[in-house]
Design a protein around this ligand. Structure first.
Ligand code: NAP
Length: 233
């Protein structure tokens, strides 16, 4: 692992065993940032990341488990996402209450930066995706909580609202970013969403920003830092 010169803290990744979360862990490792994985399934985390990555297992429904996971960390990146209409993995439990609990415990523990994977169209109550247990409405509630808590004092946040997610390597597309939830369609690689949130740890222009992001054209990139410079004020 490269030794880190860009960010010296420890980052908790929630939803690390998911498809975007795995990329968050990989990109943190790429930059030599210390990672702690918070997951519900330790065996899954072990099989994905091996023994060298610190892993704290627990439930997103438990404030105590979350407090244990975020203790001593400086940043949290959440790639959590619901996978069921009802029950413990529903949008209400994961996308809203899980993220809100994570935000509150992180703030209590002195975490300085919170980065969240949200979704394009999160402001549109009439979007068909809301037929899935109001998933976008739940994500909106979580976003609002992140902005409220992490815009205070010496804290910061970054919220990415990607279009449809695809698999593939990072830095293979020029990205289009916007604000105000005006985009209607588009795709982006999970790995690029991960990259954007990882660099939000040290890119000043990423602080306290909420933005939409999709692919523009296929074109190799050295860095995604310019996405943050291109964000409308
Ligand atoms: N799919 C799209 O096109 C799209 C578009 C825009 C935004 N998004 C959003 O982007 C985010 C990442 O998407 P993705 O495709 O990477 O998601 P994913 O692969 O389904 O990963 C979701 C993560 O959330 C975790 N999770 C789910 N229920 C949980 C629970 N009850 N307790 C603890 N953890 C739980 C999963 O844990 P396990 O690994 O243990 O299952 C997994 O780590 C999600 O918020 C998604 O809604 C998706």
């Amino acid at each position: 692992m490269a030794s880190n010169t860009l960010y010296s803290g420890t980052v908790v990744v929630a939803g690390a065993t998911g498809r975007t979360g795995q990329w968050v862990v990989k990109r943190l490792q790429h930059y030599g940032v210390r990672v702690r994985v918070f997951c519900r399934d330790r065996d899954k985390a072990l099989s994905l990341f091996g023994k060298d990555v610190e892993c704290v297992s627990g439930l997103i429904q438990s404030a105590t488990d979350i407090a244990n996971a975020v203790k001593g960390c400086t940043a949290v990146i959440s790639a959590l996402g619901s996978g069921a209409y009802s029950g413990e993995s529903s949008p209400g439990e994961v996308d809203r209450d899980g993220v809100i609990r994570l935000v509150d415990e992180a703030a209590k523990a002195g975490v300085k930066h919170f980065a969240l994977v949200s979704s394009m169209a999160v402001t549109r109550w009439y979007h068909p995706l809301n037929l899935f247990a109001g998933v976008l409405l739940k994500k909106w509630d979580a976003e609002e909580h992140v902005r409220k808590v992490f815009s205070q004092a010496d804290r910061s946040y970054t919220i990415a609202r990607p279009g449809g997610l695809k698999d593939g390597e990072p830095l293979r597309h020029r990205l289009h970013v916007d604000t105000g939830d005006k985009l209607w369609s588009g795709w982006i690689n999970r790995s690029d969403v991960a990259e954007l949130l990882v660099i939000s740890l040290w890119v000043e222009k990423a602080k306290n920003r909420t933005f939409e992001v999709i692919n523009e054209i296929e074109e190799n990139q050295q860095s995604l830092e310019s996405c943050y410079s291109n964000l409308p004020e």
